[in-house]
Design a protein around this ligand. Structure first.
Ligand SMILES: [Zn+2]
Length: 150
């Protein structure tokens, strides 16, 4: 069994691994996002979707990787974030924001250097990691965010 948090209402659902692809939330009926395996990639967020995908998200911490294609350290951290996304099992979400294409969000959160990783919980910015970080360091900050009560 695996615990999957509903993206819509935040309810925790116990789901048998074999049923992950068709499972629905026990509280609101929303289709649960299957998070098992390597198919789970960071979600792309933009100036247009940031409000809905990040600020209105409830329950799960949301990490936003602020990056740009020309940034070498961003490319180094990308596979680490892919791994963390694949391992999330619904506990948190990993997202990516291209700062060149989404200047509004980048300036709103004063992104001065990249990569910068922002961690939000229940619509609040609760942590910020600047520069490429080892996987363990990012995982620890996500653990702290999981325990954070707004
Ligand atoms: Zn639900």
């Amino acid at each position: 069994m695996q615990v999957v948090i509903c993206n819509k209402c935040g309810a925790k659902n116990r789901v048998d691994e074999s049923r992950l692809t068709e499972a629905k939330c026990g509280r609101c009926g929303e289709r649960l996002q299957a998070t098992a395996g390597s198919t789970s990639k960071p979600a792309v967020v933009t100036d247009q979707t940031f409000e809905r995908e990040v600020l209105q998200a409830r329950g799960q911490p949301v990490l936003v990787d602020c990056w740009a294609p020309w940034c070498g350290p961003c490319r180094m951290v990308a596979p680490v974030l892919d791994q963390l996304a694949a391992e999330s099992a619904g506990r948190y979400r990993i997202t990516k924001l291209n700062v060149d294409e989404n200047p509004q969000t980048a300036s709103r959160f004063n992104i001065a250097s990249i990569p910068t990783m922002l961690i939000f919980k229940d619509g609040k910015l609760i942590d910020r990691l600047i520069g490429a970080q080892p996987k363990q360091a990012i995982a620890e900050r996500l653990q702290v965010a999981l325990r954070f009560a707004a």
